[in-house]
Design a binder for this molecule. Structure first.
Ligand SMILES: [Zn+2]
Length: 179
């Protein structure tokens, strides 16, 4: 518990490792003494000597980014010991694909509405025979109501695929029992 005697307070790394913080301490620029948790968690996951080696292999201008990446990964590893930051990455990738799905559905809906709008415009500007009107109205009505549902239920909806499987199994079993 005695004073260091050097005058300067040691960085968070040297404080935790209980050693003298040299003037050229590799940790000092990235692990200030006022944030001891930052080094503690990186040390716990990677080890001080590994962090030191990694920093020495990098040019100085890349070291700050490397440290923030190491600290992020260490925090993720503590939160999720099995997957670490891979857990967060796959969660976010999953969200991206779900949002891309929603976007595709929204774009399909926009397309349907535009087609219907075009059709209404055509009706106003170019009157044709009443028989053709009815046919086209029916088509666009079906398109507008079925396409979004089709997109919603087909690719990622588990309950619908379960239903399909159980339906197929049911018919297969039925067929087996008959033959
Ligand atoms: Zn130090």
């Amino acid at each position: 518990m005695g004073g260091s005697g050097t005058g300067n307070s040691p960085c968070a790394s040297c404080k935790l490792l209980r050693r003298r913080c040299a003037k050229d301490c590799i940790f000092a620029p990235y692990f200030p003494s006022d944030d001891p948790h930052k080094f503690a968690i990186a040390h716990k996951v990677f080890g001080a000597s590994n962090i030191s080696k990694m920093l020495q292999e990098l040019p100085v201008h890349q070291r700050a980014d490397a440290v923030s990446s190491l600290v992020y990964e260490a925090n993720a590893r503590v939160r999720d010991p099995v997957y670490g930051c891979v857990g967060a990455i796959s969660y976010l990738q999953n969200q991206v694909s779900q949002l891309q799905m929603q976007l595709a559905v929204a774009q399909a809906e926009i397309l349907c509405i535009q087609m219907q709008q075009d059709h209404i415009d055509q009706q106003i500007t170019l009157p044709t025979t009443p028989l053709l009107f009815d046919e086209d109205d029916e088509k666009s009505f079906l398109l507008q109501n079925n396409l979004p549902q089709f997109l919603n239920f087909t690719p990622f909806n588990n309950s619908s695929s379960v239903n399909c499987d159980s339906f197929k199994k049911g018919t297969l079993y039925g067929h087996d029992m008959v033959s």
